[in-house]
Design a protein around this ligand. Structure first.
Ligand SMILES: C[S@@+](CC[C@H](N)C(=O)[O-])C[C@H]1O[C@@H](n2cnc3c(N)ncnc32)[C@H](O)[C@@H]1O
Length: 185
């Protein structure tokens, strides 16, 4: 399902949304460890929310001295908040926030390819398998894809098992939350 508003009764504050949807600091740091092992190049994040994980990724790219992040958010108010986060952290030149659906961005990717992709959207099996199938075509050789929330509880563990069985991967593993896949070289 593609979100089109701030959701529930529309009364959630940005703070409440952030608390509910953003990765906690420890997960952002774990994400950076994984991203560090991706080849140098651009990164794509599907699911910006207010831009917290994006700000971590963009900072890491800047420190590595190469590549920029495109992060995608379907809700305009959240995309705007993510832009503000990027400006506060000082990574607005490295982090481009696109307000669009995941499907639109995948469809319009053209020749652009990514060294690192984070899928952090609906956290339900059906679109996840479909997005992963499209995203693997956007990865550079040896590029890394991370899928958030591959837990038993959400049914995503099964989806990750299905995705990791594709023979395009050199390696795949999960820590019970992130599912990580490295494309063959
Ligand atoms: C779990 S949050 C992302 C959290 C963020 N990565 C972080 O840790 O700071 C998922 C976000 O993806 C957005 N989203 C989910 N499905 C989408 C879709 N199909 N197209 C565009 N945005 C989507 C939601 O509005 C939500 O803000």
């Amino acid at each position: 399902m593609v979100p089109n508003s701030l959701g529930d009764d529309g009364r959630s504050t940005l703070g409440e949304i952030t608390k509910r949807a953003s990765m906690p600091t420890q997960r952002c740091l774990a994400l950076l460890e994984i991203a560090r092992n991706a080849p140098l190049g651009d990164a794509l994040e599907l699911g910006s929310n207010v831009g917290l994980s994006g700000a971590y990724l963009a900072t890491a790219l800047r420190r590595r001295g190469g590549g920029s992040l495109v992060t995608v958010e379907g809700i305009a108010e959240l995309a705007e908040a993510a832009r503000r986060t990027a400006a506060i952290v000082g990574v607005e030149e490295t982090m481009q926030v696109v307000c669009a659906t995941f499907d639109d961005v995948i469809r319009d990717a053209g020749e652009r390819r990514y060294a690192f992709v984070l899928l952090d959207g609906e956290h339900v099996p059906e679109p996840t398998v479909r997005y992963a199938e499209a995203l693997r075509e956007l990865l550079l050789p040896r590029g890394v894809m991370v899928i958030d929330d591959c837990s038993e509880a959400t049914g995503m563990a099964e989806a990750f098992a299905e995705i990791s069985a594709w023979d395009c991967w050199q390696r795949s593993w999960t820590d019970g939350r992130f599912g990580v896949l490295r494309l063959r070289g």
